[in-house]
Design a protein around this ligand. Structure first.
Ligand SMILES: [Zn+2]
Length: 204
């Protein structure tokens, strides 16, 4: 095997291993699988990536998923309660809430949770535009749909403090303890989501 090929392979593995949860070992496996099952595996993967790139984007308002339009169907829905916000960590959590049919307000995606030890600071997630919304008086109620873990606690505490600095009489809630400690929202069944929404825990 020539040196150029070895260095190309190294760079393919490095590039693939930058994807979340892939790592070098799985990057090798992916390349191996694609080559073993070529050309079909390449074509279907390329098609899939192209479809995702073309069809999915983030809503300019809530930053949840939308299809080829700036504003998603939830933000665009005039029937929804505009002063009530459910703050979630990522756009997949919105899908979870919508499937459970428990929330009639609007959503706000942070794209992460605070984790100072890992270098995730307030400026790295979408907090400031939400605080601005509160400052303008557009928010009356906030529900934090977060799991129960250290990062969620730090994130909620930070946002609550910021919101209270600029907003008056805002009611703040989080999902009840029915959500198992340390479990991500995405893996919780819809009935548990429903139950925890019916027993919101007020943040005082
Ligand atoms: Zn939206």
């Amino acid at each position: 095997m020539d040196r150029a090929l070895i260095s190309s392979l190294e760079s393919y593995v490095n590039d693939l291993s930058r994807l979340p949860h892939v790592g070098r070992k799985n990057a090798f496996k992916i390349i191996y699988y694609l080559l073993l099952n070529a050309p079909d595996s390449f074509e279907s993967l390329t098609d899939l990536l192209e479809t995702i790139r073309k069809e999915l984007m983030f809503c300019k308002e809530c930053s949840g998923f939308t299809r080829q339009s700036d504003i998603c169907s939830i933000c665009d829905d005039k029937q929804r309660h505009t002063g009530r916000y459910c703050i979630v960590e990522n756009p997949f959590d919105i899908i979870k809430m919508e499937k459970a049919r428990v929330f009639e307000g609007l959503y706000w995606v942070l794209h992460g949770k605070l984790n100072p030890l890992e270098g995730v600071l307030p400026q790295h997630i979408r907090i400031e535009p939400f605080v601005e919304k509160v400052r303008k008086g557009a928010v009356q109620e906030v529900v934090f749909a977060f799991s129960w873990d250290m990062e969620s606690e730090a994130t909620i505490r930070y946002i609550v403090e910021k919101v209270r600095e600029v907003g008056k009489d805002i009611q703040l809630y989080r999902l009840s303890m029915g959500i198992p400690v340390g479990t991500e929202i995405q893996v919780i069944d819809e009935l548990s989501i429903k139950n925890s929404f019916q027993n919101l825990y007020e943040i005082r």
